[in-house]
Design a protein around this ligand. Structure first.
Ligand code: CP3
Length: 340
């Protein structure tokens, strides 16, 4: 189906755009009261994510209610460990939790490489329904976690400030770590291909825990696998968002992807210099800027737009929108980008 608004795809590819496209990381399922209403009709996040009709509904909400230039499929990065044989739970107010983790050779043996279309058929179905219901209004973004970030949860078993167990594993069992990372990578490639087959127009890789590795380890245990994913996916534009990886920007410029996401610690001019002009940059307003009043949000957004002006850019925040942000301030952010 022909897209009525393909600004995101053109901006990603570096083609001419009338205005900068805008969407928000974590726009589906954090801030909208309409999301909470749907969420309360089911037992929890996992049931919602596994019910394709409802996942499609909350995916489309931000398009209709906020006016973003893209939808992102409602799911989570942790569906991959589950599809590999390591199920997770979402603990209310605390986040993800894995009853079992990966520590030993025996644990690794119990895992399998996920087959996207079968093991994650509920996400694939949700993408198909979403595409039908969007009817070409905006592109649909598919996504997955980067292998390092997924590895960190599979070893640690939950969120953590330091992920010290996962980082310890890289030092104490590097060969074991590489084997698990390769299994995650193969699963992720299968999964992203199935998402694209079902209709995803662009895919984003979230490396949320990039910033806790040093540059050398980041190269060896993360970028290497992200590069494999980028090289394996050629059907749609790819975005790589590595939170905190300011030290890896020159290396990331070599990835076979169209767009690099910036967090708000990364200077815009400096990032452009390090990454060069052949990639689109996405981001990077501090999500906390949306706690301001409308004038403050407008000013912060215009300041960001000014710094990206005339270069390949997709407007976004520097990380996911915080759950307690007023949707009205999100609208001010979006309107300011659109009018710029
Ligand atoms: O962008 C979107 O809105 C699409 C949906 C989406 C979710 N998670 C839904 C979700 C996306 C893209 C993600 C990605 C994700 N999940 C990341 C990478 C992006 C980032 O923020 O760095 C990470 C690290 C996770 C892991 C995860 N899932 C955590 C740490 C948590 C708990 C904190 C939180 O965000 O609420 C989740 C749960 C989660 N993922 C919820 C939603 C809507 C909330 C669950 C609930 O409703 O109870």
């Amino acid at each position: 189906m022909q897209l009525q608004n393909d600004l995101l795809l053109r901006a990603a590819k570096g083609e001419k755009v009338e205005r900068t496209p805008v969407w928000l990381m974590r726009q589906a399922g954090r801030i909208l009261p309409q999301y909470r209403a749907v969420r309360e009709s089911v037992s929890g996040f996992i049931e919602l994510a596994q019910t394709p009709e409802l996942a499609a509904e909350v995916t489309i909400q931000p398009v209709e209610l906020l006016g973003v230039d893209a939808a992102i499929i409602f799911s989570d990065i942790l569906v991959i460990p589950e599809a590999m044989g390591l199920p997770y739970e979402m603990v209310e107010k605390r986040g993800p939790w894995f009853p079992q983790t990966v520590q030993s050779e025996a644990d690794l043996k119990k895992l399998r490489i996920a087959d996207g279309a079968n093991d994650l058929s509920y996400v694939i179905k949700a993408i198909e329904i979403t595409k039908k219901e969007l009817a070409g209004r905006v592109p649909l973004i598919g996504f997955a976690g980067a292998p390092w970030t997924i590895f960190a949860y599979m070893i640690e078993g939950s969120g953590s400030k330091t992920f010290s167990k996962a980082r310890a594993m890289l030092y104490t069992q590097p060969e074991f770590s590489h084997r698990l990372l390769q299994m995650i990578t193969n699963s992720t490639i299968n999964y992203l291909k199935a998402q694209i087959q079902a209709g995803a127009d662009l895919v984003q890789i979230f490396d949320s825990w990039a910033g806790i590795l040093g540059p050398k380890q980041y190269q060896e245990f993360s970028l290497k696998y992200i590069a494999q994913i980028c090289d394996a996916i050629n059907q749609v534009p790819k975005t790589v968002f590595a939170k905190g990886a300011f030290f890896a920007r020159e290396e990331m410029a070599k990835l076979n992807c169209e767009t690099i996401g910036l967090d708000w610690n990364m200077g815009i001019a400096e990032s452009r210099k390090l990454i060069g002009s052949t990639k689109t940059l996405q981001g990077n307003l501090d999500p906390a800027a949306l706690y301001g009043n409308p004038d403050q949000v407008r000013e912060a957004t215009q300041d960001m737009m000014q710094q990206f002006k005339g270069t390949r850019h997709i407007a976004n925040l520097g990380h996911g929108v915080y759950p307690d942000i007023d949707p009205e301030m999100v609208k001010v952010f979006i309107e300011t980008v659109k009018k710029y």
